[in-house]
Each structure stands twice: as C-alpha cells, then as structure tokens.
Design a binder for this molecule. Structure first.
Ligand code: NAD
Length: 316
C-alpha cells in the first residue's frame, strides 16, 4: 500500500487530495496546524481506517521524528496560507512555513527516499511582463509590499527544492498552481470565486477591485488533483517545475457577470480600490504539462461554477 504524507490536509487542496488518495486505498498521514484549515475537512477523512492525523506545525523540527512518520513513499507539501487575506494576516508564519517548513518536508522526503510535490504558486511570477507565463519566465515580484511575504517565500521554497534535488538527489517536483476553485473553498476564505459566489447567493453586492479589467484563470479542483497525481507518478517530472492551471483567461468583471448570470441574483456589482501590487494579468502556458505529463484541464469555468453554486446553495 502506498503511503503518502499530505501537509495542509485540513485545507482546500489537501483535504480533496487526501479524499482521492484514501478512496484509492492509499495510506495517508495528514499534517495540519488548523490555522487556515478546518476541522470539518478532517472529519470527512476520519472514517477511512488508513487515515492518520497529526496536529502539528511543520515549522517545528519535531515533525521529522513523529512516530507516525514511517515508510513514506510520497510527500505532498501543501501547507501554507493561500488567500491574501490570510497570508497577510500572519506574514512571518507565511514565510516560515514556505521556507523552514519546506526544508523539513524535503528532509523527510530525503530520509525516506520518497518523492515530494511542492505547492508553489503563479504568484512567483508577480506582476508579469510576459504573457502567458511559461515556466522559464523568471518573474517580476516586488519585495517591498504586502504580497511579498507569500510570493518571495514561495520562491525561496523552490530554491530549497532545487538545492535538495541537485545536492542530495532528492526526488522533487514543483507545481506552480494558478487559481483553483470548487465548493470546497471556505466561504470566508477571501479568494475571488468564493467571494463572488457567496455574495451572489446571499444577495449581497459583488465586490470588484479596480475596474475588474485584471485577468485570471480558473482551474476546477478535480483537474488540479489529477495534475498532482500525474506529477507524482511521472519519472520525467523529477527535478522539474510545471504550471498547473487552466489556460482560458477571464477578466474579473467577466467572472462577476458570469456568477451573476448563473446564480440569477439581484445583487449589483460594486467597485473598490485595487489592492497594492495586484497583478494585472495572469495566465499559464501549460505546454510543458501537456507534453511531459499528458495533462490538461477538462472542466470549463461555466461548468465548474454551476457545480460549485449548487453545492454552495446547500451550505449557505
Ligand atoms: N488553491 C489555490 O488556488 C492555490 C493557488 C496557488 C498555490 N496554492 C498553494 O497550494 C497549497 C494549498 O492551498 P489551499 O488553497 O489548500 O490553502 P488552504 O489555506 O485552504 O490550506 C492550507 C493548509 O495549510 C495549513 N497550514 C498553514 N500553515 C501551516 C503550518 N505551519 N503547519 C501545518 N499546517 C499549516 C492550514 O491550516 C491549511 O489547512 C498552498 O501551499 C498554496 O500556497 C493554492
């Protein structure tokens, strides 16, 4: 039986990945300090006898010696606040989890001869000067601003991955994740899709920052999880970075209008000041994932949003 460690298991991506792996018979050790994650996500995993949970902060070295950490094959390192609302609320913790926490997970991977997937982010491209962004693009990130704690620490996390791979031959693959969504997003999470759908279903105004002309792309959770699985399984992914996202680009205003249409809400769209360093465009070039992993997303935004809205209706 394959044994996987998932950090950030109480979060959006971690809990969905754990559910998928457990359903397929994996043994899963989930680690989380429940900072931005939710206990209700762990409750869904507890019925599986092959699931074990460790409540811990991965920036503490003691995680390496935890008695449950035996015979590990795969490490999915997903712990880190991901929404600007949360990573800016505790910037020093954000830096620690992406640097010291990543080093601990690489150490664990090395010790067990396992393979690690590191969850990097499209944010490492900052406010990009080339469009769409391929993995070769080195980025345009501001060190002197409210997003820097996340963007720069994720970049340093990639450096740790590079060093363990090149110095110690540790097997590691890096996913630069672009916006992923589904009803698994916590309504209070603060990310654009969960904000819009929650506001629309509650009949509140939809908040657009700036003019809404900034672009983003949106990948449904199932596609992102499939990409993670392919990255872990592929021999050719070792020591490689992949953009994981949907390549269809939307302006934020287009997304707000689509949510309005799909929810049939009477809510209006209101405009607020654009936050500092908000990227103007963001779109992945996924040709590497297509050619090396044979992966591309299948679920279009309208279909994913329709599913999400139905499920959110039951939750709100
Ligand atoms: N979801 C996306 O669209 C997206 C996009 C780009 C990158 N990512 C990356 O993917 C990963 C997962 O994102 P998510 O959307 O599931 O975020 P999330 O906030 O829902 O989950 C992150 C989890 O990590 C846990 N955590 C935070 N610090 C920790 C620590 N020190 N020790 C142990 N656990 C800790 C939190 O409690 C939470 O359960 C993150 O690394 C994020 O940066 C996600």
């Amino acid at each position: 039986m394959t044994k996987a460690v998932i950090t950030g298991v109480a979060g959006f991506l971690g809990s969905n990945l754990a559910l998928k792996l457990l359903t397929e018979g994996y043994e899963v050790i989930g680690v989380d300090n429940i900072s931005t994650g939710r206990i209700s996500n762990i409750d869904k995993l507890n019925p599986f006898p092959q699931f074990q949970f460790i409540k811990a902060d991965i920036t503490q070295q003691s995680i390496l010696d935890n008695e449950k950490m035996v015979k590990i094959d795969e490490v999915y390192h997903l712990a880190s606040p991901a929404s600007p609302k949360w990573y800016q609320a505790s910037p020093f913790n954000t830096i620690s989890v992406n640097t010291v926490g990543t080093m601990h997970m690489l150490e664990l991977t090395k010790k067990h001869g396992a393979k690690m997937l590191y969850s990097s982010t499209s944010e490492i491209y900052g406010d990009p000067e080339i469009h769409p962004q391929s993995e070769n693009y080195k980025g345009n990130v501001n060190t002197w601003g409210p997003r820097a704690c996340y963007d720069e620490s994720k970049r340093l996390g990639e450096v740790y991955c590079y060093l363990y791979h090149s110095l110690y031959d540790t097997r590691v693959t890096v996913a630069r994740i672009f916006n992923t969504y589904s009803s698994g997003l916590w309504q209070e999470d603060g990310r654009v899709i969960s904000n819009f759908v929650t506001q629309a279903l509650k009949g509140e105004d939809l908040t657009v920052y700036g003019k809404g002309s900034q672009t983003r792309t949106f990948c449904y959770i199932e596609d992102t999880i499939t990409a993670f699985r392919k990255m872990m399984a592929s021999e050719r992914s070792n020591g490689e970075i992949f953009n994981i996202g949907h390549p269809k680009e939307y302006t934020i205003l287009e997304v707000a209008k689509l949510v309005k249409k799909l929810t049939n809400t009477t809510s209006n769209i209101v405009y607020k000041e654009l936050p500092e360093d908000d990227p103007k465009v963001r779109c992945p070039d996924i040709s590497k994932a297509i050619s090396v992993l044979g992966w591309k997303p299948r679920i279009e935004l309208q279909e994913g949003l329709t599913r999400m809205i139905e499920e959110y209706k039951n939750q709100i």
